[in-house]
Design a protein around this ligand. Structure first.
Ligand SMILES: [Zn+2]
Length: 218
């Protein structure tokens, strides 16, 4: 698998510092399990962060706040940060996503969302006002143009899509901030399946997708 689109350094930095939401961490960790490039960057950032943390710990000991610092190291996804490469995983679904869905993509119980678009929400991952879901987009189908009220990460698992930024294939991740407008189209002959996390509700430009959003809770 050759990966052309990676996480932004700002995102990796925030992840290494443990300051991204649980749902974002989940999708970032899934990309990292596929991508040695981003994994190495996180390891580097964490070792730099570790030095900074040691300094902070010395200060914290003086002020009696050591427990707080240790508590910060104990969050749910700290283990997943060190998610190993995906090699030992037999299915084609990367860890940690594999814990939440059937072992074969074609066993997923999809729900219809719009013509040519199916969805599978991952309700077990805490997502605040945003969402974590799989999307299955039929060949040639476009997701209506939208922007985001927060960040959006889209990790391609199968097939491909194109948008204003480029072409995204399996393993690629689109790391978008809140002022990007885009309109992805599934551009190969097979369904495009991706893992999408948003931090806030999507903001559609046109009325019909806005109505659709109201009815399907996109
Ligand atoms: Zn990467």
């Amino acid at each position: 698998m050759t990966i052309y689109h990676h996480l932004n350094d700002e995102t990796l930095m925030a992840y290494a510092a443990g300051s991204v939401s649980e749902s974002m961490s989940f999708v970032i960790a899934t990309h990292l399990s596929l991508c040695p490039n981003c994994r190495n960057k996180v390891i580097e950032m964490e070792s730099l962060g570790g030095v900074a943390l040691e300094d902070e710990t010395q200060l914290a000991m003086q002020s009696g706040a050591l427990d707080t610092v240790l508590g910060m190291l104990d969050d749910d996804f700290s283990k997943e940060k060190l998610t190993p490469a995906n090699d030992q995983n037999k299915s084609d679904i990367p860890m940690p996503l594999a814990q939440y869905i059937p072992s074969e993509l074609n066993e997923i119980k999809w729900k219809n969302m719009a013509p040519g678009i199916k969805t599978f929400p991952l309700t077990e991952v805490k997502a605040g006002s945003g969402s974590v879901r799989l999307l299955k987009i039929s060949p040639g189908v476009t997701i209506p143009e939208h922007s985001h009220s927060g960040s959006e990460l889209t990790l391609v698992l199968k097939g491909s899509f194109s948008d204003e930024i480029g072409r995204f294939k399996a393993g690629d991740i689109a790391d978008l901030d809140d002022d990007t407008n885009h309109q992805p189209i599934a551009d190969s002959s097979e369904d495009c399946i991706c893992l999408v996390v948003t931090e806030g509700p999507l903001q559609f430009k046109a009325l019909v997708p806005r109505l659709m959003q109201y009815f399907v809770g996109m």
